[in-house]
Design a protein around this ligand. Structure first.
Ligand code: AMP
Ligand code: ZN
Length: 140
């Protein structure tokens, strides 16, 4: 399935250019045009799905495995010191392109990226309350 209005589907169709660095039966990996660090890649399924909540389970598995493959390549070939895998699901979570994708962001000792939140201990009662809401449905 493709979405004629989706920029990543257009990349898959060859209608707009992209620097493709990896592919398999279910996924394609290309360079992000606004790299957070050197070597920032995006892994996408060939089949259009808007986000994490709607992507086909087999495609999700394939994207996860391809992301691991590209993370290994980033360490070996770009000499990255670490890697972040990032997925944003929903506009409120910073998603801007609504074709499911995983960012593979090589990390370097001196790179400028920082956590977008400051870890501070939470209120135990509030943590427990959220857990209780989650526990309202059977555990999976
Ligand atoms: P997100 O904000 O998590 O939805 O990520 C979308 C990513 O797609 C951003 O990091 C953009 O820089 C990237 N992007 C948007 N258009 C293109 C394009 N034509 N080629 C490569 N990367 C793109
Ligand atoms: Zn698409």
């Amino acid at each position: 399935m493709t979405d004629p209005d989706c920029i990543f589907c257009k990349i898959l169709a060859g209608e707009i250019p992209a620097t493709i660095v990896g592919e398999d039966e279910r996924t394609v990996t290309f360079m992000d045009i606004n790299p957070a660090t050197r070597g920032h890649m995006l892994v996408i399924p060939r089949t259009h799905a808007a986000d994490l909540l709607s992507v086909d389970a087999e495609d999700l598995r394939a994207v996860a495995i391809a992301s691991q493959r590209q993370a290994v390549r980033a360490k070996e070939l770009l000499r990255a010191d670490g890697v972040n895998l990032v997925n944003s699901c929903g506009a409120v979570a910073w998603q801007t392109v609504f074709h499911f994708h995983v960012h593979v962001i090589p990390r370097y000792v001196d790179d400028p990226l920082r956590l977008p939140w400051v870890p501070v201990p939470g209120d135990p009662a509030e943590i427990a309350a959220a857990a209780q809401e989650l526990a309202a449905a059977p555990r999976t």
